[in-house]
Design a protein around this ligand. Structure first.
Ligand code: M6R
Length: 610
């Protein structure tokens, strides 16, 4: 949500800023702007809409300079417009800044600043920060920042250029990510790692209220009182090409095609596949004693990450026989929940920066509850703040629609449940060995599914005008249906719902009419006959039925107009295969409809505000 970039050094800042904004475009935006020191003045260019609009302006009116900041804005306060785009400045024209986050007390601050003579030109909360900084600025940028941030409530990541000191970029953040790094020609700042990868792999994540001052020769760090601090670097070994689209038309397709590798890389972190596959016990946060004290697990996440948590719940219950609840972070954080002793809170997040998930994490920490993150981004807020982190190794995920991150989250949850089950004696060594040796074959099976995607593309080419699609299943398949429905609606804008198959008759079946597409997911043999009956119930009411099955299911074809089957696999491992056709289906439906697959309307990759 919003993207910040900044550069100061020997090169021309403008192309660096534009490339960085392009890399961060996946976060979602509706306007963009830059401010560059051209040696005489700070020049601002901004425009509503796509980055190409800003680029067209820069082609007509080029801006050259060695220090600058840039921003892609996803509107929260004030409509997407030229006036509301960042950067914003103060009335006295002492500084300009870009901002991510939400200033919650902006109305109060604005009233105070208007009384003091500030002339506001936009509807944004951001301009309040620029005006506030302008009011407290007396020639010392660091002092102005430390004084101003004391008055701000809410979340912010700020990159600021002061006219008196125009070759330095001042940055500060709270509850909103920022990462800095020094390349061979200068210092860079960005909201997310991919924008820095072309310049450096050694990056520093900014902590809350820490200040970074970027100059052409280095980066200095300060605490919220302006006292110098040391901060180390984290080495990022993501492949640079992993953040690029390569020969694929869309990141989403590229990321689906990367799933066999992402799955294998993640599994190999936790399983030794030499000879007899075995869990690497020391990669999990529990000692034998420790694991026995776990009385209850609560899994928290948003969107796709929550859906991964729903599968995690099934795994913990089945393999470790532990009571589990999975909950949406935005609901959980305001639920007045009372934690119990022996409870462990799992936080699932690809980005590690989702505002509601961070809030849930902090609630648990305050209550003294053990927190375990399942996270894809080293150095992110959730990875830093959780007691333990089980990393996923999906690599950078650029498409807004989560695909490989979901798969790797489910992988980690499955292996963690198995580890707890082994310690607690609810999974035998033999069962674990058998599951793990089947797991070793999953990447090839996934690859075969991806290779055969033509069939799904063909099906989508006939169904893309569907107005409503229902996904139904039971147990694990119900959890999978929820992710399948989310994928379809977010990229193709087709209304889609997931429904527990057995629940249809309690109301929702009234929506089935001639031609409604119903997708049944049947990966669990003991429940398949029941879901098949539910498919028959909708078929006879006119639905067009597609079934996705784990191997060949006898009798299923008579209830459906189409069956997709994947190679028969242990039922607990079936989600790793079943999700791929569902993701591909959503992708092809969106492509057929001409949707912006990688950046669906209104969505942002990283939801850093409530
Ligand atoms: O970065 P996170 O995993 O915390 O993000 C949570 C959700 O915003 C995310 O999973 C979202 O639902 C997906 N991008 C949708 O495909």
């Amino acid at each position: 949500m919003c993207g910040i970039v900044g550069y100061t050094g020997r090169d021309n800042a403008t192309p660096i800023l534009m490339e960085g904004l392009d890399t961060l475009a996946y976060r979602g935006y509706d306007s963009a702007g830059i401010a560059v020191w051209n040696g005489e003045d700070i020049v601002m260019k901004k425009e509503k809409g796509q980055l190409s609009n800003l680029k067209a302006i820069l082609d007509r009116e080029p801006v050259t300079g060695s220090c600058g900041i840039g921003h892609t804005r996803w509107a929260t306060h004030g409509e997407p417009s030229y006036i509301n785009s960042h950067p914003h400045g103060d009335t006295k024209k002492q500084l300009v800044l870009v901002h991510n986050g939400i200033i919650e007390n902006y109305v109060r601050l604005k009233n105070m600043l208007v009384e003091r003579g500030c002339k506001f030109v936009s509807d944004t909360d951001t301009e309040v920060v620029a005006q506030l900084l302008g009011e407290v600025y007396e020639g010392d940028p660091l002092a102005a920042i430390t004084n101003a941030i004391r008055l701000l409530e809410g979340s912010f990541a700020l990159a600021i250029l002061f006219r008196d000191d125009p070759t330095r970029i001042y940055c500060v953040c709270k509850d909103s990510p920022m990462v800095v790094g020094f390349g061979k020609d200068g210092a860079h700042i960005a909201s997310d790692i991919p924008a820095l990868l072309s310049y450096t792999r050694d990056v520093t994540f900014m902590g809350d209220k820490q200040i970074a001052v970027l100059s052409p020769v280095g980066i200095a760090f300060y605490d919220e009182f302006g006292t110098p601090i040391d901060k180390g670097c984290t080495h990022i070994d993501w492949d640079l090409d992993a953040a690029k689209k390569g020969s694929y038309e869309h990141y989403m397709m590229k990321e689906i095609c990367e799933e066999p590798v992402a799955f294998r890389k993640t599994a190999e972190q936790y399983v030794s596949f030499r000879e007899q596959p075995k869990l690497k016990a020391d990669c999990f946060p529990w000692s034998d004693e420790d694991a026995k004290t776990v009385k209850r697990i609560r899994i928290i996440g948003c969107g796709t990450a929550y859906h991964a948590g729903l599968l995690g719940k099934k795994y913990f219950q089945e393999l470790a026989k532990i009571p589990v609840e999975a909950e949406i972070a935005s609901e959980f954080r305001y639920s007045d929940y009372v934690f119990e002793e022996g409870e462990v809170l799992f936080l699932i997040s690809q980005s590690g920066e989702t505002a509601d998930t961070i809030a849930a994490l902090r609630m648990a920490k305050q209550a003294g509850i053990r927190t375990v993150a399942v996270c894809n981004v080293i150095g992110s807020t959730i990875a830093r703040e959780a007691d333990e982190v089980l990393f996923t190794f999906a690599g950078p995920e650029i498409a807004v629609a989560a695909t490989k991150s979901y798969l790797t989250q489910v992988t980690v949850l499955f292996l963690t449940a198995m580890r707890l089950g082994l310690i607690r004696g609810t999974v035998s060594e033999e069962r674990a060995a058998s599951l793990l040796s089947e797991l070793a074959d999953i990447p090839q099976k996934m690859q075969r599914l991806i290779d055969e995607r033509g069939e799904i593309q063909y099906f989508a080419s006939r169904e893309f005008s569907a107005r409503h699609v229902f996904f139904i299943g039971r147990g694990i398949d119900n959890a999978l249906s929820m992710e399948a429905a989310l994928k379809l609606k977010e990229v193709s804008y087709i209304h889609s719902e997931a429904y527990a198959a057995g629940e249809l008759k309690h109301g929702t079946i009234a929506l089935i009419e001639e031609g409604t597409l119903v997708v049944g997911i049947l990966t669990q043999r003991k429940l398949a006959a029941k879901t098949a009956s539910n498919l028959e119930e909708v078929r006879v009411r006119g639905a067009n039925v597609l079934a996705l099955t784990n191997g060949e299911l006898p009798d299923i074809a008579s209830h459906c107009s189409k069956v997709w089957k994947f190679e028969e696999t242990n039922e607990l491992l079936a989600p790793f295969l079943a999700i791929i056709p569902m993701q591909l289906f959503a992708y092809y439906m969106a492509v057929q409809k001409g949707c912006n697959v990688d950046k669906p309307r209104n969505l942002a990759k990283s939801v850093t505000v409530e």
